[in-house]
Design a protein. Structure first.
Length: 305
C-alpha cells in the first residue's frame, strides 16, 4: 500500500475507486463501503481511501478527540485489507475552507477518480455543504460513477465510530469487539517500568499509548498479545498502578501467560477480550500479588474454554 501524507498536492497516475471518511476503527460499519471498493478493484481500479491526519472536529473545536485507531494503526488495518492507497490529508485552513465543488474537482483530477463509494450520510467541504447528491450532480461533467451505501445497523442503531467509542468508554469490551469485527487493541513499544511484577514473580510488559488513543476504563482485562507474528495469552491492567508509590502515567501493563523473555523495545499488540475487574489500590505489594495471581487464574480459565 502507498501511504500519501503531509501534503495537499496529491498525485496518483492510476485510475482509482475512492472512499472518503475518517475510517476511525475500520469497524463493521465500514464493511459495505470496503466490499464495494474491492469489487471495483477487481474490475481494474486501484482502491484508495481518503482521510484526514487528525479528526477534523479537533481542528475546528480545538479540543482533543480520542480515537479508536491512531493514524499508524489505521494504516496497518487498511493495508491488511488490501487497500492500494491511503491518502492522509492535512486538515489545513485551505482544505477546511474549500468549497465542496472545488474539493471534488481537485481530488478527481489529482487522484484520477473513476468511482466514489460513500455512505448515505457522507458530507464534505466548507460547512459540510457537499453530500452524495452533489457528487451525483457532478458525475457526468467529471466522468465518474457514484456508489452510495446505506449504514449497517446493530440494535436499531447505525454502527459508527461514535457507537464503538461509547461501548469502549463504558467498558463493554465484548460489545465493542462485536461492533468492530475484531478485538479492540493497543499497539506500542515495550517500555521499562518499575519491574514490581518481576520482583513478585509475575513479570509484565508496559506500553504507554499516545494521548489521543482511547483506552477502556481502568481495570483488568483478559487479553491476547501479538509479538513477532506469534499470539500469546495474557492478562492486562489499564491504569495508573495506584498501589505503586509516586506519579505513574496511564499505561497498559500485561502479564503474558507462560512466557518469560526479554521484550524491552519490542513492538507488541495487546487485544482486549474480556473485562475482569476495576483497577484498585491494595494495602501492600503482597495483597497486589495475591490478586494478580487470581487474575491470572481467571485468564487461564477463559482460555481453557
Amino acid at each position: 500500500m502507498k501511504y500519501i501524507k503531509d501534503t495537499v498536492d496529491f498525485n496518483i497516475e492510476e485510475n482509482t475507486v475512492l472512499s472518503l471518511g475518517k475510517f476511525d476503527g475500520v469497524h463493521r460499519g465500514h464493511d459495505l463501503l470496503l466490499e464495494n471498493l474491492f469489487q471495483k478493484k477487481k474490475e481494474g481500479l486501484s482502491a484508495a481511501i481518503f482521510t484526514f491526519n487528525i479528526p477534523p472536529r479537533q481542528n475546528v473545536e480545538h479540543a482533543m478527540q480520542h480515537v479508536l485507531t491512531t493514524n499508524e494503526e489505521k494504516m496497518h488495518l487498511l493495508e491488511q485489507l488490501g487497500v492500494d492507497y491511503l491518502i492522509e490529508c492535512p486538515f489545513t485552513r485551505e482544505i477546511m475552507c474549500m468549497e465542496a465543488q472545488d474539493f471534488v474537482r481537485k481530488i478527481v483530477k489529482e487522484l484520477h477518480v473513476k468511482c466514489f463509494v460513500v455512505g448515505d450520510d457522507f458530507h464534505f467541504g466548507h460547512n459540510r455543504c457537499g453530500d452524495y447528491h452533489m457528487l451525483r450532480d457532478m458525475a457526468e461533467e467529471l466522468g465518474y460513477e457514484v456508489i452510495v451505501v446505506k449504514k449497517i445497523k446493530e440494535d436499531e442503531r447505525d454502527i459508527s465510530s461514535t457507537f464503538v467509542r461509547e461501548e469502549v468508554e463504558l467498558g463493554h469490551i465484548e460489545k465493542a469487539n462485536h461492533l468492530l469485527g475484531y478485538p479492540y487493541f493497543v499497539c506500542g513499544k515495550v517500555e521499562h517500568g518499575k519491574e514490581i511484577g518481576r520482583t513478585i514473580g509475575i513479570p509484565t510488559i508496559n506500553l504507554l499509548p499516545p494521548k489521543e488513543k482511547l483506552l477502556p476504563p481502568f481495570g483488568v482485562y483478559v487479553s491476547k498479545v501479538l509479538i513477532d507474528g506469534k499470539e500469546y495469552h495474557g492478562v492486562t491492567n489499564v491504569g495508573r498502578k495506584p498501589t505503586i508509590a509516586g506519579e505513574n502515567p496511564v499505561g497498559v501493563e500485561t502479564h503474558i501467560l507462560d512466557v518469560a523473555q526479554d521484550l524491552y523495545g519490542k513492538e507488541v499488540k495487546v487485544e482486549f477480550l474480556k473485562f475482569v475487574r476495576p483497577e484498585q489500590k491494595f494495602d501492600s505489594v503482597e495483597s497486589l500479588k495475591n490478586q494478580m495471581q487470581q487474575d491470572v487464574a481467571t485468564a487461564e480459565r477463559f482460555f481453557q474454554k
